[in-house]
Write a protein that binds this ligand. Structure first.
Ligand code: FAD
Ligand code: FO1
Length: 457
């Protein structure tokens, strides 16, 4: 029932007799979680207890309170749901590598199962654990519909080269999930003291939690249901209008693994919305999202301008000394102090709501390229602002989205111009052709309640 191609042994140790640990990291949910289902099956085969453990890093790529609050509230729900299945949940604080190995030894664990991520921080953690411990460590790709390593064995050039490969495998992998069986009895452990964890967090409180989006698996399921019922039918036509509220708003839930992309795809396919909307949505959810996973898995420089394709690097270098009519520091960008009101509005949307509309994101990043001293600095600034304020930040989609906008990743050369070179150009008049720019500006300059179309209904 779990396709073995989702599972990668990260060392070659044999199963020991001892409890099975699911080291939950990226996929913070109980339902539709192949890693949890695999750990449950292992526990049954070995007739051993099953425990779920999360290692809370003291700081995680500089994530501020906004992200930790969203994540911890989601994890609290995970603990409650697991308790109903007699599966104990443990939260360890400190450096994940050392805390997890200490816990595994203390529990005399026989097997560790964890979920998949292409990000360097995650690979580093697993590398340490896999070599340090003498018990098997299995990685299960439950973030992707088609496991990243199966979709392609190399970095893909563009969506058009990737799409046929992933489409060919959907019939194998876009399957329904089995139910997660409860354990017969529980080892019983004391509940996590969530108050004291939140109180002792030493993260930047200046980026406050958002109010318009509730965290957790139930809220994610409701968000999906509302989107499928009320907005999927207009997705294709309205998704590039940031005033329309047409998007699903699922990215923060997907980033924290509080909802499964596979479950979303299965539900979207069942929807009665017209075909063009379903395929437009699935193109983003499956092809674009898994293309980002592919980029971060196979490009060692996914987190820098070094990762850009050579045509883009050459072209940007050729224009490196072009005169910049405007040139802003990171602080000026962060405080929305540029000369362009619609760019400032996009930055305010990002800071105030923790989410910047997909269309505006491209324009937002491209203007950072245009108004920065160098493409390298522009990449750093865009990632810094994206990850500091966007709830869906610190994600393969973020590195890839910025690299697409500033470095032509998965794009092609365009008409050459100053500063951009052959990178695709976007500007405010392009926005004005697509949507009511003054309405967008009013929403985020504070004149209008910016939440009107953040789908609070
Ligand atoms: P919807 O349009 O409802 O899409 C549904 C899902 O499809 C998204 O949640 C996402 O998983 C996937 N998707 C949609 N568009 C893209 C895309 N262009 N690339 C990859 N997957 C996509 N996405 C993030 O999740 N985190 C980021 O940090 C992030 N940073 C970005 C930075 C830039 C400069 C750009 C151009 C794009 C970035 N994206 C990022 C991709 C995209 O903008 C968001 O995924 C999308 O806007 C999320 O909102 P939604 O879920 O309401 O979108
Ligand atoms: N994952 C963890 O396993 N431990 C953490 O402490 C942790 C913090 C965190 C903060 C912000 C954020 O955006 C993500 C965070 N994650 C954490 C989840 C993270 O997305 C994945 O575990 C890694 O990116 C691997 O993909």
């Amino acid at each position: 029932m779990i396709d073995p191609r989702r599972i990668t042994p990260l060392n070659n140790c044999r199963d020991e007799n001892g409890p099975v640990l699911y080291w939950m990291s990226r996929d913070q949910r109980v339902r539709h979680n192949w890693a949890l289902l695999f750990a449950r099956k292992k526990a049954e085969q070995l007739r051993q207890p099953l425990m779920v453990v999360f290692t809370l890093a003291p700081s995680f790529l500089n994530a501020p309170l906004r992200h930790y609050d969203f994540m911890l509230k989601g994890l609290q729900e995970v603990e409650t749901k697991l308790r109903k299945l007699n599966i104990p949940f443990f939260l360890l604080q400190g450096e994940p590598e050392s805390e997890l190995s200490r816990f595994a030894i203390e529990m005399k664990a026989g097997v560790i199962v964890t979920d998949y991520s292409p990000l360097k921080i995650s690979r580093k953690w697993k590398n340490t654990i896999g070599t340090q411990l003498s018990i098997p460590l299995f990685e299960v790709d439950t973030h992707n519909i088609v496991p990243c390593r199966m979709a392609s064995g190399k970095q893909e050039y563009a969506a058009r080269t990737f799409r046929p490969k992933i489409t060919a495998l959907l019939s194998d992998f876009l399957t329904c999930f089995p139910e997660l069986e409860p354990l017969a009895s529980t080892t019983g452990n004391s509940p996590v003291d969530w108050e004291s964890i939140a109180y002792n967090l030493e993260v930047d409180h200046r980026v406050a939690p958002v109010k318009w989006l509730n965290p957790g698996e139930e809220a994610a399921a409701n968000c999906l249901e509302t989107f499928l019922e009320k907005r999927l039918a207009t997705y294709a036509g309205q998704r590039n209008d940031p005033n329309s509220g047409a998007l699903s708003n699922l990215s923060p839930y997907l980033h924290f693994g509080q909802i499964s992309a596979q479950h979303i795809a299965l539900q979207a396919l069942k929807s009665s919305a017209p075909e063009e909307n379903r395929s437009a949505f699935l193109e983003e959810l499956i092809v674009r999202r898994e293309l980002s996973e592919n980029y971060c898995r196979y490009n060692e420089q996914y987190d820098s301008a070094e990762g850009f394709p050579s045509w883009a690097k050459e072209s940007l270098l050729k224009h490196a000394s072009d005169h910049r009519e405007y040139c802003y520091t990171t602080e000026e960008f962060e405080n929305a102090l540029t000369h362009e009101r619609v760019w400032n509005a996009a930055q305010l949307e990002l800071v105030k709501t923790g989410k910047i509309h997909g269309y505006m994101r491209m324009y937002w990043a491209k203007k950072i390229l245009e108004w920065s001293e160098s493409p390298e600095q522009a990449f750093k600034t865009a990632i810094y602002l994206n990850d500091r304020y966007a709830l869906d930040g610190r994600d393969p989609n973020g590195y890839t989205g910025v690299a697409w906008s500033i470095g032509g990743v998965h794009d092609r050369p365009w008409f050459e111009r100053p500063v951009y070179g052959k990178i695709r150009y976007m500007n405010a008049s392009g926005c004005a052709r697509k949507f009511d720019v003054s309405r967008y500006i009013a929403r985020f300059e504070g004149k209008e309640d910016f939440l009107t179309t953040k789908n609070t209904k």
